[in-house]
Design a protein around this ligand. Structure first.
Ligand SMILES: C[S@@+](CC[C@H](N)C(=O)[O-])C[C@H]1O[C@@H](n2cnc3c(N)ncnc32)[C@H](O)[C@@H]1O
Length: 345
């Protein structure tokens, strides 16, 4: 059986989750930082197992790796890209009518990514005689120049895999489903558990949970903003999960008034990106931690993503009812929030 390489893109900081998810599905050799870049995971699997990669929840794009070569950072690099791409065998292009090249460039070069796209595109036109179509393309060829290396791939995912269903409601501060998936994995959910997202916004976390665990667990989602809650319900309905998630209009500071016991809380409170905003959010975080400590049993877990790691850590120590079982930094939309896993003592 032929072994093939595939590049998977994800949020920097959750590569280990990608590795876990991949190796649960297929036998794979995994390199967590392709070309030393975070958020890019290279896997080697048996060629015909690749449809399994398209089911992954922790990744955005799946790219079939074709090969790489050395390039100069001076203008001569463009000729080397032309030659390198021209000599690359790309079976996908044989039967296609049109293609596009998408290039990313990292480092200092005497050419731009548009120049790379043009040089690589010309090489493919000359070799395969196919039409370039930037919008209606059939095949997308990836040509990335990272320092002095150029690697080529075929994107197998036209739409990012995180667009698992059409969301009628877009929450302004929604997290991406792969991050929600990573948080849920860190929550170590077991059959029969009660899960709550008390600041659910558009419902990304509970919807992801419902898609992964179905009725193995009981899922509750709440928010104190009725517009967000209605939106979350619409999104759940669009995903065909309305009956699996129970929605409540509730202030996160009062979850102990609505729930007696919750095994896991997984949530994404407001980040407080704007200057001064954290001062008003800090009391919310503190009161929420209080309420969470009253509904979680000993050993219960709270998984939370926050931008204010230092200040949040202080709140956890002041609260005294949790230990920090795990903490990591992730990258999300140019921000670097921390995911904390707190365990109720
Ligand atoms: C960052 S958003 C959550 C986004 C969500 N994870 C998603 O992907 O759509 C934070 C949510 O917390 C809610 N929120 C803020 N203060 C709250 C409170 N005191 N009680 C409950 N929800 C609150 C906001 O209404 C907002 O929907």
């Amino acid at each position: 059986m032929r072994i093939q390489r595939f590049l998977l893109t994800t949020n920097p900081g959750i590569e280990d989750i990608v590795e876990q998810e991949v190796t649960e599905r297929v036998e794979a050799k995994v390199q967590k930082a392709f070309m030393n870049l975070q958020g890019r995971v290279l896997v080697e699997i048996e060629e015909d197992r690749y449809p399994e990669l398209l089911k992954l929840r922790s990744v955005y794009y799946v790219i079939r790796y074709l090969g790489e070569f050395e390039v100069s950072t001076s203008e001569k690099g463009l000729e080397m890209i032309y030659e390198g791409v021209r000599h690359m065998d790309i079976p996908e292009l044989q039967g296609a009518q049109s293609f596009r090249v998408t290039a990313t460039r990292i480092g200092v070069h005497s050419y731009t990514s548009i120049d790379i796209q043009k040089a690589a595109g010309q090489a493919l036109v000359d070799r395969y005689h196919k039409r370039v179509d930037l919008k209606g393309y059939e095949i997308e060829i990836i040509v990335d120049v990272i320092g002095k290396r150029c690697w080529i791939g075929v994107n197998l995912t036209r739409d990012s895999l995180h667009k698992r269903f059409e969301r009628p409601f877009q929450h302004i501060a929604a997290i991406k489903p792969p991050l929600a998936y990573a948080m849920l994995r860190l929550a170590d959910l077991r059959p029969g558990h009660v899960l709550l997202d008390p600041m659910c916004g558009g419902g990304t976390i509970p919807i992801e949970a419902a898609q992964v665990y179905g009725s193995l667990i009981k899922i509750f989602a709440s928010d104190n903003n009725s517009r967000a809650l209605e939106g979350a319900m619409k999104n759940a309905e669009a995903a065909g999960l309305k009956d699996i998630i129970r929605f409540l209009l509730l202030d996160a500071r009062n979850i102990d008034k609505a729930f007696q016991r919750v095994d896991r809380i997984v949530t994404n409170p407001p980040f407080g990106v704007r200057i001064g905003e954290w001062e008003t959010l800090k009391p919310l975080y503190a009161s929420f931690l209080e309420a969470a400590s009253r509904v979680l049993p000993e050993g219960g877990l709270l998984v939370i993503i926050t931008l204010r790691a230092t200040s949040f850590r202080d709140l956890v120590f002041k609260n005294r009812r949790f230990t920090i079982a795990h903490e990591r930094v992730v990258e999300a939309g140019g921000l670097y929030p921390h995911i904390f896993v707190l365990q109720r003592i």
